[in-house]
Design a protein around this ligand. Structure first.
Ligand code: KIV
Length: 269
C-alpha cells in the first residue's frame, strides 16, 4: 500500500529541495490519471466554476458544488494529498469556515482546505488550525476578489504591494497555514517568499523558484479557449493524456517547468 502524501511530507519535500507537482482535478478519471503519474497534490479548485460550469469567474461556485467534486476526486486518488477550495463567502467568520471545512473533509474527503487572502484571514487560519484542519493560504492574484480587482492581472509588481504580499505570507505561516499558493506574481517576489517562509509554496504564474507548481487540468491539456502565458499544453508532443501528465510531473520535479517564457518578471512591460 502506498503512503498518502500529507502536509508533513510536503514540508519534508521542501526541506530536501524536492519539487512538488500539483494539478487541479474535478472528477475521478482525471484524479486517477494524476495519482498514477505521481502528482503529489490534487487541488479541487473553485476554478471548476470556469472550466466545468462555463461561468465567467469562480464566484458562483457553492460549497455543495465543491463537496460533490471533491468526493468524486477522492474516490480515485490513493496517494496524492487532496486539497479543496473553500468557495466564495463560505469562510466569512471562523465558525462558518469551520463548518464549511468540516463538510469538505467529512463528505468530500479533503485532507486540507485552501482560502484566499492574507492578514484579514488570520483569525480564520488560527481557528481552523486549532481544530486540526490543515490550511493552505492563497496570495497574489485572488480570483474570488475579481470584482474588487476589476481584472485578472499580475500582482505585487510595485514595491509597496510586494512588501504587503511578503508580510501576508509570513503572517499566514505564523498563524498556522501549512502551505501557500502564489498566483501570478513576479518570479523574484515568489523566490523571496519561498525563502522567507518555512512552509512549501506552490506557484501558478509565479516562476520556477517556488517549492512546487500547480496548473489547471484543462489548461495543461490545451483544452482552454485562451492561451495563458504561465501555462503550457503538455499534450502537444505527447501520445496521450497519461504521457502528458507524466511529462508535466517530470518537468516540475526537474525544475524545467516553468521556464522564463512562462514567468512574469518584476520589470516586465
Ligand atoms: O481554483 C483553482 O484552480 C486555484 C488555482 C488556480 C491555484 O486556486
Amino acid at each position: 500500500m502506498t503512503d498518502r502524501v500529507s502536509l508533513p511530507s510536503l514540508l519534508a519535500m521542501k526541506r530536501r529541495g524536492e519539487k512538488i507537482a500539483s494539478l487541479t482535478a474535478y472528477d475521478a478519471s482525471a484524479a486517477a490519471l494524476q495519482d498514477a503519474a505521481g502528482i503529489d497534490l490534487i487541488l479541487v479548485g473553485d476554478s471548476l466554476g470556469n472550466v466545468i460550469q462555463g461561468q465567467p469567474n469562480t464566484l458562483s461556485v457553492t460549497l455543495d458544488h465543491m463537496v460533490y467534486h471533491c468526493a468524486c476526486v477522492q474516490r480515485a486518488a490513493r496517494r496524492a494529498l487532496i486539497l479543496a477550495d473553500l468557495p466564495f463567502m463560505s469562510y466569512c467568520t471562523p465558525e462558518q469556515a469551520a463548518q464549511s471545512a468540516a463538510r469538505l473533509i467529512r463528505e468530500g474527503g479533503a485532507q486540507a482546505v485552501k482560502l484566499e487572502g492574507g492578514r484579514e484571514r488570520l483569525d480564520i487560519v488560527r481557528f481552523l488550525t486549532h481544530q486540526n484542519v490543515p490550511v493552505c493560504g492563497h496570495l497574489g492574484l485572488q480570483p474570488q476578489a475579481i470584482h474588487r480587482l476589476g481584472r485578472y492581472a499580475v500582482q505585487g509588481r510595485d514595491a509597496e504591494s510586494a512588501r504587503c504580499i511578503i508580510e501576508d505570507a509570513c503572517l499566514l505561516a505564523e498563524a498556522g497555514a501549512g502551505l501557500l499558493v502564489l498566483e501570478c506574481i513576479p518570479w523574484e517576489l515568489a523566490q523571496e517568499i519561498t525563502s522567507a517562509v518555512d512552509i512549501p509554496t506552490i506557484g501558478i504564474g509565479a516562476g520556477r523558484h517556488c517549492d512546487g507548481q500547480v496548473l489547471v487540468w484543462q489548461d495543461m491539456l490545451g483544452m482552454s479557449a485562451q492561451s495563458l502565458r504561465f501555462s503550457k499544453n503538455f499534450l502537444a508532443g505527447h501520445t496521450g493524456i497519461k504521457e502528458a501528465v507524466a511529462a508535466y510531473a517530470q518537468e516540475v520535479k526537474a525544475g524545467c517547468f516553468p521556464g522564463d517564457e512562462h514567468s512574469f518578471g518584476r520589470d516586465d512591460a
